[in-house]
Design a binder for this molecule. Structure first.
Ligand SMILES: *Cc1c(COP(=O)(O)O)cnc(C)c1O
Length: 405
């Protein structure tokens, strides 16, 4: 097989410049190890941005994908298929939900959730009552389609694409009083992240989550938890809502669900799902057998008690090592997060430099992420071996030393 050699410098000639990728090109992944095209080894604490929750090349997932690839790749939604039904059983058995809609990404799962909320309101007479408002929170992230980017609370991502979908309101995050005042009879849905991921790894307080649930019940608004980043074991609970003991009306998930095979899902109850009738919404690839087969196996593995127990152990270890680095160097002012979703906020004098710290990580042999300009984010595999995690923390410590010199 002859393939033309490609390199990082081709990126600018070939790819629309929406990203500015690292100079190295990852080529092979195994567990939490990644080798680049020069054969250099790295430890992956980024996990493809909270996606490869079970690491790279998981043997059970490879076997599942191989097996399904020899059966059938695609049948379309004029048929159902066995993997999608297996996956839907996994998701409904293990959560509050009894119905699932499948999509291909987080944004699409949210798009489905928001459209369902508007459809429920419409069918109940929103045209007359004006109950169309969607409430979201400042600094939230819900995806890049026009609807989800407008619902997201980061104007820098949405303003250039105006005019945006209307009847969307943003309130301050973790502010119970503002939520009580801002959510009204006009509100058809409230969408939020239990841990704001992209914008800085900020967990919601229990009081806030409870206040939203109560207020949504009072005004008959649907509560949507965007668990695209927090779902599928990331926080140490199968879904983060389980740790808060507050049940949403709709939940969306994606990222880690396919461990790198694109898939997203919107979960809800049957009484709400019924508002989506045949033809109301759809997706060519949603519920694709290859994606569903992989995701069903991911769910099976993540649901094993040892997987979720292991996340708690790894969380404690990471937090301790990051606190040590913070105490020794003063580089971080706060270390926070849940499970394998951890944010380390840069101290005042290093503000705005998270991307430089990520670069120092590459030099030291570790992949990390930023969560905005001021926060270093770690989203490693849920099953990264503890000795590999220890190695990664040594590399991160070295990266911090380089960062400070
Ligand atoms: C990543 C993310 C999305 C968008 O998912 P895509 O698969 O990129 O469309 C939406 N919501 C949250 C909370 C996310 O972290």
């Amino acid at each position: 097989m002859v393939q033309a050699a490609v390199q990082r410098s081709d990126f600018g000639e070939l790819i629309a410049p929406t990203y500015s990728p690292a100079n190295l090109i990852p080529q092979i992944g195994e567990g939490s190890y990644v080798w680049d095209t020069n054969g250099r080894l790295y430890i992956d604490l980024a996990g493809g941005v909270a996606v490869t929750g079970l690491g790279h090349a998981h043997p059970e997932l490879i076997a599942e994908l191989r097996a399904q690839s020899e059966l059938v790749w695609h049948v379309g939604n004029v048929f159902t298929n066995e993997p999608v039904l297996r996956l839907a059983s996994q998701l409904t058995e293990s959560t509050f939900a009894s119905r699932v809609f499948f999509a291909n990404s987080g944004a699409e799962a949210n798009e489905a959730a928001l459209k369902l909320a508007r459809k429920v309101a419409f069918d109940k007479g929103a045209a007359a009552s004006g109950k169309t408002e969607i409430v979201a929170f400042q600094n939230s992230f819900h995806g890049r389609t026009l609807f989800t980017v407008g619902v997201g609370g980061q104007p820098k991502y949405s303003t250039p694409f105006a005019p945006l979908p209307s009847s969307i309101k943003h309130l301050p995050f973790n502010d119970c009083e503002a939520a009580l005042a801002g959510i009204s009879e006009k509100t058809c849905a409230v969408i939020f992240e239990l841990v704001q991921g992209e914008s800085g790894v900020r967990p919601a307080t229990e009081a806030f989550v409870n206040a939203l649930r109560t207020r949504c019940d009072e005004v008959d608004a649907l509560l949507i938890f965007d668990e695209v980043q927090t779902g599928v074991g990331r926080t140490g609970d199968l879904f983060a809502y389980m740790g808060y003991h507050v049940i949403p009306d709709i939940l969306t998930t994606a990222k880690a669900l396919g461990n790198g095979f694109p898939i997203g899902a919107m979960l809800t109850r049957s009484d709400l799902a019924e508002y989506f009738t045949a033809g109301s919404h759809g997706s060519t690839f949603g519920g694709n057998p290859l994606a569903a087969a992989v995701a069903a196996k991911v769910m099976e593995i993540v649901r094993r008690p040892e997987t979720l127990e292991g996340v708690k152990v790894r969380h404690a270890f990471c937090m301790q090592r990051l606190e040590d680095i913070a105490a020794r160097t003063g580089v971080f002012s706060e270390v926070r997060g849940r499970g394998m979703l951890i944010g380390a906020e840069l101290s005042e004098r290093y503000r705005g430099q998270s991307s430089r710290l990520v670069d120092c990580g590459y030099a030291a042999g570790v992949f990390t992420l930023m969560a905005g300009p001021d926060v270093l984010r770690l989203t490693p595999s849920l099953i990264i071996p503890l000795d590999v995690l220890a190695e990664a923390m040594d590399a991160l410590s070295e990266a911090v030393t380089q960062f400070l010199t």
